[in-house]
Design a protein around this ligand. Sequence first.
Ligand code: NAG
Ligand code: NAG
Length: 559
Amino acid sequence: MLSAGLLALSLLVSALGKPVARSLQVHEARATIPSGFVKTAAASPDTVLSLRLALKNSDTDGLIAALYDVSTPSSANYGQHLSKEEVDAFNAPTKESVDAVNAWLSEYGLSATSISPADDWLAISVPVSKANVMFDADFSIFTHESTGKTSVRTLSYSIPTDLVDHLSLVHPTTTFASPTGPKLPITVKQLSTDARKRQVSSCSSNVDPACLEALYGIPTTPATEASNYIVVTGYDDQYPSTSDLENFLSSYQSAESSSASYTVVELDGGSYDPSNPGDEADLDIQYTVGLALGVNVTFFSVGEDTSDGVFGFLDTANYWLGQSTAPSVITTSYGSDESDISVGVFNSLCNAYASLGARGTSVLFASGDGGVSGSQSGSCTDFVPTFPSGCPYVTSVGATQNTGPETAADFSSGGFSNVFGTPSFQSSDVSSYLSYLGTTNQGLYNASGRGFPDVSAQGVDFIIGYEGEFYTVSGTSCASPTFASVIGLVNDRLVAAGKSPLGWLNPFLYSTGKSALTDITSGDNPGCNTNGFTATTGWDPVTGLGTPVFSALLTAAGL
Ligand SMILES: *[C@@H]1O[C@H](CO)[C@@H](O)[C@H](O)[C@H]1NC(C)=O
Ligand SMILES: *[C@@H]1O[C@H](CO)[C@@H](O)[C@H](O)[C@H]1NC(C)=O
């Protein structure tokens, strides 16, 4: 009896589960395996994949129009940031899309769960055998050569032709993000005992908070507005240490500041072990808590239980989009190369950054540390744009060094995206630079791409407290938290005056904000056996529009 019952049941399932034939069309494909990876075997048919489906957002054009409307200083609605519900309404898929995709999944006996605030991302678990049929794919095991780490990916996948208007992508499929994570290669040197003194007014040997306060006019009077907070993201099991922070603040910031701290939020199995600090996390926390005095700082620890295929960046954006009060600044000193990430997922992630901008969040990223050869130096023929700096809705921060005058740091990544075109807010600045450039580097970069970085800040020889000692570190990883702190403090003054925080910065920076930046006009960012780009008068793809002048930013922001 029992076995007959089971038999009947399984027959029923297989009869119901037999998919109707649908015509498929290729949705995303790569011609070749990205460098650094080799295909080692077919994936086992039984391996269960955690895949995500992005449904078409119902009104992306509407979201982008609203984003520009609230972020452009000349607009009547400048600063009128959107609520969570308003942003979710733009991003929510139509009922028609939800129904069409769910009907298709149920033909394969699959059901999806929503994993984003606007229900535009669905997650499914599906064995390789079924996924290869559903998506006409060839899921295989790819080995990352330098680490030996493996991932299951496919070079191409298809979706039903009748779902093309409903489904924007399936992920991770053709994205080959480095399994070493998105850590930028900051260089760390132990600080000699005789170099350990607070700089007071100059940045003569190393960079510390006092030097940045003097150089950029950053105020030392503490912020007052509790609603204004900065999020510092952490990946790769990097945590800050409270004792390193205290050590740093008591030696290199005021005595009153030495009890300042931060709160921690964990996601995707992220943990927090302050007894086992990471240099990057210590740096990022010390130059936010230690510069944006009095501004609440949240350390966001993202673990490895992410199946987002982009280091947790997508989960990070969706987490903050799900909060009723968005942070005013998010700073990230991690990144990779644009070519590792599928165009589809980069578009979706960039849409999430646009959504954060519409909510009033400034999303800052370090531009990368390999000059024109990408997020870190490597061999290349064409220039390598970094990820996610090519997204127009992030503010990409490059690095400078020296004072009087500042010059570009030679590792400061910059260039032009191959995914996103030059946005209107920077088109005249980019075209001026291209005229200056003439035929130099022709054919090595994409002249129609979004140019980055947008701005810059000091990035060489920052003193940090680390593992009970003091070290100096260098990288655009130093520049992003520095710029984030400046924006956090401007926001504090704005909120105190009853105004909105700056939100998505770029339309402001390239218009009224431009005069509040010091243009950096010397240095370059070599790579790919070239001198890279040269910094010059006006925007350039090494230092962007320049470095901040706090008092001028307040004026430009209407204070
Ligand atoms: C930081 O945030 C907490 C919780 O929202 C709040 O209680 C506290 O007053 C804030 N601190 C500052 C300095 O704004
Ligand atoms: C150059 O950038 C544009 C986006 O502006 C993109 O459509 C095009 O494919 C890029 N070209 C190359 C060779 O990647």
